[in-house]
Design a protein around this ligand. Structure first.
Ligand code: NAD
Length: 360
C-alpha cells in the first residue's frame, strides 16, 4: 500500500521520539512491502520561530492532504521560553487546539496498558496490578460541558455562573460508531459511561448508544455511571476494553487511567474524525527538561504509530507486529531512564527505537 503521513515533530523531545517511530514505520514498510511517504511539517514553538505563528494554514492543508498525521509534542518551558511571552492565541499550544478543530477531530482515543514487565510502576495493589490491563478511553472532544453556553452574571446581588452540557443525537451517534468500530478491532466490549440517573444529556447518550449497539451484535455493551467508573478503574481495570464518554467525564477518567499505568513515556493517543483519518501522538508533553539529550522514551510515539497503522490504514498484522516488538524489547529487560529499575539495561532514545525496529 502507498500511504502519505504528515509528520509534525514539534518541540523539545518531539524530534527525537518521532524519528524513532519513523524508524519503526520504515521497518514495517520494508517487511510488508508498503511505501510510506512523509511530509515533514512545523507546528508549535518551531513554527513560531519560522513563521511567527504556531500553525500555518499551509500546514493544515498539507495535513488534510495526507492519510494520517504523526505528531511528537509541542511547547517549551512555560516559565523561561520566550514563546510564553506571546499572547495566548500565538503560543505553541494554540496550534494544538487549532489543528484539532481544523481537522474535525472529535474522538480522542487514549489507551492505558499495564505491561506486566512494568507492573512495579503501577500505584495499585499488587493483587490488581498483577492481572495487568489493556483498556482504551474514547472521549468526545468537541462538544459537551466544555463547549456548551456559559455565562457569569450577578443575579439579585449574587454572582452566578452557568455552564451547559449539551449534546445532540448526531454528535453522540458519531462517537458511538467510532467506539464500536474500535471495539471490533479489540476485545469487542464497550462500556458507555454517563450520569443517566441525573442528567438529560446522559439519558439521550444512553438511548443513542443502545441504538448504535444494535448494529454491532458481536460487541457486548454495558452502561456505567461515571462515579462508579472512577471507582472501578482503580478496583478492577482489567474488566474494561473500550470506555466511551462525554468530554469532561473523559478528560477526568483518561487522566485517572493513565496514572494507573505509572509511566507517561508509554502512553499513546489518537484523535480521529468521521473517516479513518486521525492524528496520532504520545500523551506526554515536550519534556524540555530532557530535550536534546537522547534520553526520552520513544515507546508512546511508537505505539501511537501502531494505532495509526491499525485505525487509519487498517493494517492489523503490522500494528500487532509493532506492539509485539515493544513487548519483546521489554521482555529483554531493555529500558529508557523513565521506566528503569534495578537489573535492567539502560538504553538511549535512539537505541530503544533500534531495538524495537530490529524485533520486527
Ligand atoms: P511533560 O509531559 O512534557 O513532562 C512531564 C515529565 O514527564 C517530565 O519530567 C518529563 O521529562 C517526563 N516525560 C514526558 N514525556 C517523556 C518521555 N517520552 N520519556 C521520558 N520522560 C518523559 O509535561 P510538562 O513538563 O508539564 O510540559 C512541558 C511542555 O509540553 C509544556 O510546554 C506543555 O504545554 C507541553 N505539552 C504539550 C503536549 C502536546 O504536545 N500534546 C501535551 C502536554 C504538555
Amino acid at each position: 500500500m502507498d500511504k502519505k503521513i504528515a509528520v509534525i515533530k514539534g518541540d523539545g523531545i518531539g524530534p527525537e521520539i518521532v524519528s524513532e517511530a519513523i524508524k519503526v514505520l520504515d521497518r514495517i514498510a520494508e517487511k510488508y512491502g508498503h511505501t510510506f511517504e512523509y511530509d515533514q511539517l512545523l507546528m508549535g514553538g518551531c513554527s513560531i520561530d519560522a513563521y511567527g505563528v504556531p500553525l500555518t494554514d499551509e500546514t493544515i492543508e498539507r495535513c488534510k492532504a495526507a492519510d494520517a498525521v504523526l505528531m511528537g509534542s509541542i511547547g517549551g518551558n512555560t516559565t523561561t521560553s520566550p514563546w510564553y511571552k506571546l499572547p495566548p492565541d500565538r503560543r505553541p499550544e494554540a496550534g494544538l487546539l487549532k489543528i484539532r478543530k481544523s481537522l474535525g477531530l472529535f474522538a480522542n482515543l487514549r489507551p492505558a496498558v499495564l505491561y506486566p514487565q512494568l507492573a512495579g510502576a503501577c500505584p495499585l495493589k499488587e493483587e490488581i496490578s498483577s492481572r495487568g490491563f489493556d483498556l482504551l478511553i474514547m472521549r468526545e472532544l468537541t462538544g459537551g460541558l466544555y463547549f456548551g453556553e456559559r455565562k457569569t452574571e450577578e443575579i439579585n446581588g449574587v454572582m452566578t455562573a452557568v455552564d451547559t452540557l449539551s449534546y445532540n443525537e448526531n454528535e453522540i451517534r458519531r462517537i458511538a460508531i467510532k467506539a464500536f468500530d474500535v471495539a471490533m478491532k479489540r476485545r469487542k466490549k464497550v462500556t458507555s459511561v454517563d450520569k443517566a440517573n441525573v442528567l438529560d444529556s446522559s439519558r439521550l447518550w444512553r438511548k443513542v448508544i443502545n441504538e448504535v449497539a444494535a448494529d454491532y451484535p458481536e460487541v457486548t455493551v454495558e452502561h456505567m455511571l461515571v462515579d462508579n467508573s472512577a471507582m472501578q478503574l482503580v478496583k478492577d481495570p482489567a474488566q474494561f476494553d473500550v470506555l466511551v464518554t462525554e468530554n469532561m467525564f473523559g478528560d477526568i477518567l483518561s487522566d485517572e487511567a493513565s496514572m494507573i499505568t505509572g509511566s507517561i513515556g508509554m502512553l499513546a493517543s489518537a484523535s480521529m474524525n468521521e473517516t479513518k483519518f486521525g492524528l496520532y501522538e504520545p500523551s506526554g508533553g515536550s519534556a524540555p527538561d530532557i530535550a536534546g539529550q537522547n534520553k526520552a522514551n520513544p515507546i508512546a510515539t511508537i505505539l501511537s504509530a501502531a494505532m495509526l497503522l491499525r485505525y487509519s490504514f487498517d493494517m492489523q498484522a503490522e500494528a500487532d507486529d509493532v506492539e509485539n516488538a515493544v513487548n519483546a524489547v521489554l521482555n529483554d529487560n531493555i529500558r529508557t531512564g523513565d521506566i528503569m529499575s534495578e537489573g535492567m539495561k539502560l538504553v538511549s532514545c535512539s537505541e530503544m527505537g533500534s531495538c524495537i525496529a530490529e524485533k520486527i
